[in-house]
Write a protein that binds this ligand. Structure first.
Ligand code: AMP
Length: 115
């Protein structure tokens, strides 16, 4: 299988605005923001296609993603945030390398990430 777009970003093969990185996760600004602050928190491990697979396979990594989302929402907004994991094409998922959408900063009620 070819590398996902997020693996290419992690490997610096394509550019993105990286706001945070450690040995397990990376956080970038979404290229098509749906809120004043719209980040993606992405595990470097690419074998989990969605959050259900990640929760079953590595719950600590999922917890690390949530903690990263919280920290970034505090740094870049008021600390309150919406965390979205589109799971399956029918739910709007387009990249099958698990990622959390972090939306913050003056959210409208009902704002959802979809395509
Ligand atoms: P999903 O539809 O839940 O799979 O989310 C994929 C997200 O990746 C979308 O919100 C896209 O805007 C975002 N995206 C796609 N390519 C890039 C990129 N090169 N840099 C940043 N975000 C991207």
């Amino acid at each position: 299988m070819s590398a996902s777009i997020f693996t290419k970003i992690i490997n610096r093969e394509i550019p993105s605005e990286i706001l945070y990185e450690d040995d397990r996760v990376i956080a970038i600004r979404d290229i098509s923001p749906q809120a004043p602050l719209h980040l993606l928190v992405i595990p470097k491990a690419e074998q989990y296609a969605n959050v259900a697979e990640l929760a079953a396979g590595d719950p600590e990594l999922l917890a690390a993603m949530v903690a990263t989302a919280q920290r970034l929402a505090e740094e870049h907004a008021d600390g309150e945030f919406r965390l979205i994991f589109n799971t399956g094409a029918g739910a709007g998922q387009t990249v099958f390398h698990v990622h959390a959408h972090v939306l913050a900063g003056g959210l409208q009620e009902g704002t959802l990430v979809g395509n």
